[in-house]
Design a protein around this ligand. Structure first.
Ligand SMILES: NC(=O)c1ccc[n+]([C@@H]2O[C@H](COP(=O)([O-])OP(=O)(O)OC[C@H]3O[C@@H](n4cnc5c(N)ncnc54)[C@H](OP(=O)(O)O)[C@@H]3O)[C@@H](O)[C@H]2O)c1
Length: 207
């Protein structure tokens, strides 16, 4: 599958693009196509393009830009129509010595779904620190996925499964995306306050 990673020059985007490039064709999308090409040259079989170009060429896209930059997606509604778009975006703010969720209501993924009314939208990978995606280590993490439709969930779940040892878990319709995104400041605070290496999610059934 051809997957555009919009923001694929950044920490999270390049890490996820690197993992996905092992089993997919990856197109790095950037405001600067030359920067995208330079980032793509470090991954086998990857190419680089503008946000618009990458969105037109892909079959599915991942949005990996800071929350404050998400508005860029509204200009991509046409090339992304009919395609799955996965948001990894976490709205965060730092307040009172802690990272906090950045929105009063709703979620980044719901905002994205409103910008892309003709796309299937899912939130996923939000709680996987980029450092874990770099390198060869198996991840053994559960990836919570909330989506605008069951079809979008199935497509996003298949993308998650294409990274060996990642397991998708259905977290509900897109209205549940806030619960998924809220896990990230919790994980970051837990790691900092407990002097732990970066943490991610793995749910353990009671035996
Ligand atoms: N870092 C993590 O471990 C992690 C884990 C899970 C989820 N996330 C989420 O992933 C997203 C990206 O995080 P990051 O740490 O990778 O951020 P980052 O490195 O600061 O930025 C990612 C990319 O976004 C693009 N960008 C920045 N400002 C932009 C703007 N105004 N308009 C359009 N594009 C812009 C840049 O690409 P160009 O300059 O090439 O255009 C940049 O390389 C965030 O929403 C974060 O919450 C991060």
């Amino acid at each position: 599958m051809k997957i555009a990673v919009l923001g694929g020059t950044g920490d999270m985007g390049s890490a996820i693009a690197g993992r996905l490039s092992r089993s997919h064709g990856v197109i790095i999308g950037s405001r600067d196509p030359e920067k995208a090409k330079a980032a793509a040259s470090k991954m086998a079989g990857a190419s680089g393009d503008s946000y618009e170009g990458a969105s037109s060429l892909c079959e599915a896209a991942i949005l990996a830009v800071p929350y404050e930059a998400m508005g860029v997606a509204s200009s991509l509604a046409e090339p992304l129509a009919g395609k799955l778009v996965v948001s990894v975006v976490n709205p965060l703010r730092f307040e009172g010595g802690a990272l906090r969720y950045g929105l009063e209501t709703g979620s980044a993924a719901e905002q994205l779904a409103r910008m892309l009314p003709d796309s299937g939208v899912a939130t996923a990978f939000n709680g996987i620190p980029f450092g874990m995606l770099h390198g060869e280590d198996e991840l053994h993490a559960d990836v919570l996925v909330a989506s605008t439709s069951k079809e979008a969930f199935e497509q996003a779940a298949s993308l998650v499964r294409s990274v060996p040892s990642l397991k998708p878990l259905y977290a509900g319709p897109i209205v549940e995306a806030q619960a998924v995104e809220r896990m990230t400041p919790l994980l970051l605070n837990l790691a900092r306050w407990n002097r732990s290496p970066a943490l991610t999610t793995r749910f353990v059934p009671m035996s």
